[in-house]
Design a binder for this molecule. Structure first.
Ligand SMILES: CC(O)(O)CCCCCNCCCN
Ligand SMILES: [Zn+2]
Length: 664
């Protein structure tokens, strides 16, 4: 299924008609440069174009009051003076004779997107709209927003499509207070937002934007705020919050639909955010959401005011929605102290609502540490001179070209096993060089020509992945350990870079591999093994991988951060029949790991598990994994061993940190 793109140039036909420094950044060009970039990169033509429609009064009244709607309805007939007067009652927003029409189109576009996804016409999609929506409230416009596009879409999805649980991810750099107010008492809508806050100094300067605002009444726990108390947040900060806060809770919430308040003012170069995350981070943020809700993800544009990073970020998002593997996450050097403080506060505020956070370290005396940080930041500000002059013109590299491999998924199968459609059956021509090398390395199997054939096919396949002629692969082999050793040996030699090896079940891990960092081995099993080194990480789960919640929490909070920080050029995923891992969790794992190594994932299955060929292939082809259902509390001993492992490992692996290091 495809990706919808919803855009209409009518939404560029309104602008600021008077002088107002607060609003001058919200210009029509935001939309035209974004759409042009999608057209010029060929991405728009790969999408299913879905037309906009006007939201009806009924649609708008799902969130807004009648008096507000009636008032806005009058604006097309107002004189310039009346428009100015009307605008004065709201904050940081402007009206225009055509903005009511555009606001109906922006909301209607969001509903068209929800319809297209919920009816299965497309798998996911993006709506390029203005005016944005997440600040507008029941009876008030705010922050360039007139109608709350995403809030209306969420209510509409529940009402018209019977959606029970909607996850709203707001990665815009401002707090979508309008969304928070709409759903703070609603357990059917989990609202997650990070936002520039600076201890309430940054617009809209609301006390209720802080981490301790967790929702109200039945909605307690279903509102997550992660305030950024400093500018300059980077890719590591964003990925840490996704891995250690959003994703664990999102998987526990198990949404039927994911809506994204896709604001790109959280990217580098934006005058509002003043953050330092690169546009390609949105490829990863999007990817990390695409195995939730069976892949039903609707991204709706919110903010984004740098006319260079905005289109780049939009293209990164749409690339990933289309299934293109993400670029490698360059040099993740770990979250900053301020981000860790915010992450910690947010996690501890939600400890009692989410079992995945139940063991999040209780915040010491939170106010003391926050005050300590605040004091330090105040002093820093004084040193840097009170008014930080606007960040000098930021420059950043153009996101790398994302070329899709001619072949997406290649399979190495023994005779008699049918190859799922859309996959390419792969067998290497018996390359004598490879065969001879294998004879040397695997004398005992040299006799068994089948094994030799398989091994030489594997090596040839890895070489094709290295050249990006093939994106990912799957092999059904006699002996998984042997095959893994062979690939590891070849890869470590041939691939100048790093191989992440993920073993599920009791695979005999390649014992003799070097400890030089060319291999990172993460081994999920139910056997206690002490951790051999920084690069050999046994993850012991009491019930092995059969306990889905423990396994998923280990994947989200341990494996993903490790994988992102390690940044391999190849991911080798091996499982043995005794792993006990259920299909859903296995496909989640296979799906999530494709965010690494530009999607170069090689899966090794044991002969006897040919039933897994189909489901694994569909995940490798980019199909969303089935949801694993609501995951319940992990086993206490698993959580404790995971926390212990994380504590030991975070010395070497910064992305595993969830709390600010206790300093002085
Ligand atoms: C959709 C959105 O969240 O990007 C809207 C942001 C509104 C910002 C209002 N203050 C602007 C002050 C100008 N320096
Ligand atoms: Zn914003």
């Amino acid at each position: 299924m495809g990706t919808a793109l919803i855009y209409d140039e009518e939404m560029t036909k309104y602008k600021l008609l008077w002088v107002d420094p607060a609003c001058k950044i919200e210009v029509p060009e935001r939309l035209t440069v974004s759409y042009e970039a999608l057209k010029n990169s060929g991405l728009a033509d790969r999408c299913v174009s879905v037309p906009v429609r006007e939201a009806t009064d009924e649609d708008i009244l799902l969130v807004h009051s009648e008096e507000y709607l009636e008032a806005v309805k009058k604006t097309p007939y107002m004189t310039l003076e009346d428009l100015k007067e009307f605008t004065l009652q709201y904050g940081d927003v402007y009206f225009h004779p055509n903005i009511y029409h555009c606001a109906k189109l922006a909301a209607g576009a969001s509903l068209q997107l929800v319809d297209s996804v919920m009816t299965g016409k497309v798998r996911n999609g993006m709506a390029l709209v203005r005016p944005p929506g997440h600040h507008s409230m029941r009876s008030a416009a705010s922050g360039f927003c007139v109608f709350n596009n995403v809030a209306i879409a969420a209510q509409y999805a529940k009402l018209k499509h019977g959606v029970k649980r909607v996850l709203i991810v707001d990665w815009d750099v401002h707090h979508g207070q309008g969304v928070q107010y709409s759903f703070e008492d609603d357990p059917g809508v989990l609202y997650f937002s990070w936002h520039r806050y600076e201890h309430q100094k940054f617009w809209p300067q609301l006390r209720e934007s802080d981490y301790d605002n967790v929702g109200k009444e039945k909605g307690e726990g279903f509102n997550i705020n992660v305030p950024w108390n400093k500018v300059g947040m980077k890719n590591s900060d964003y990925l840490s919050v996704f891995c250690h806060m959003l994703l664990p809770v999102a998987y526990e919430f198990n949404p039927d639909l994911v809506l994204v308040c896709a604001g790109f003012d959280s990217a580098i170069g934006d005058p509002e955010g003043e953050m330092c995350a690169s546009p390609d981070i949105f490829a990863h943020l999007t990817h990390l959401l695409m195995n939730l809700a069976g892949g039903k993800v609707c991204a709706v544009l919110e903010g984004g005011y740098n006319l260079t990073s905005l289109p780049q970020s939009v293209c990164q998002t749409v690339h990933t929605l289309l299934g293109d593997p993400a670029p490698r996450p360059a040099n993740l050097d770990g979250p900053c102290e301020s981000a860790l403080e915010s992450l910690h506060c947010s996690r501890s505020a939600h400890r009692k609502y989410w079992s995945c956070l139940k063991h999040a370290a209780e915040h010491p005396s939170s106010d003391v540490s926050t005050k300590r940080l605040k004091l330090a930041e105040e002093e820093e500000k004084v040193e840097n001179g009170e008014e930080k002059e606007k960040a000098e013109e930021e420059v950043w590299p153009e996101p790398p070209k994302r070329v899709t491999a001619p072949v997406r998924t290649a399979l190495v199968l023994p005779d008699g096993v049918s190859c799922p459609d859309r996959c390419k059956l792969f067998s290497s021509s018996k390359d004598p060089v490879i065969v001879n090398k294998l004879r040397e390395n695997f004398p005992r199997d040299a006799a068994d020509s089948d094994a030799l054939t398989t091994l030489s096919s594997l090596v040839a396949l890895v070489e094709k992945m290295e050249k990006n002629e093939i994106c990912n692969g799957l092999a059904l082999v006699q002996d998984v350990s042997m095959a893994m050793t062979c690939v590891v040996q070849h890869a470590a030699i041939a691939l100048s870079n790093r191989v992440l090896v993920v073993c599920v079940g009791d695979v005999l891990v390649p014992a003799h591999y070097k400890e030089d960092g060319t291999i990172l081995l993460v081994h999920f099993s139910n056997k206690e093994e002490e951790q051999k080194s920084k690069y050999h990480i046994p993850v012991c789960l009491k019930k092995g991988c059969s306990d889905v919640s423990g396994f998923m929490q280990a994947v989200l909070g341990l494996l993903l951060p490790l994988g992102y920080e390690y940044d391999p050029s190849l991911v080798l995923l091996a499982r043995t029949p005794d792993s006990g891992l259920c299909d859903g969790a296995w496909q989640q794992l296979t799906g999530l790991l494709q965010g690494l190594a530009q999607g170069h994932t090689l899966v090794l299955l044991q002969e006897g598990e040919r039933a897994y060929v189909g489901p694994t292939a569909s995940s490798l082809l980019g199909e969303a994994a089935p949801s694993v259902g609501k995951i319940k509390a992990p086993l206490l001993e698993d959580v404790e061993s995971m926390e212990g492992l994380r504590t030991r490992l975070q010395v070497d692996w910064k992305l595993l940190q969830t709390t600010a290091p206790e300093t002085g």
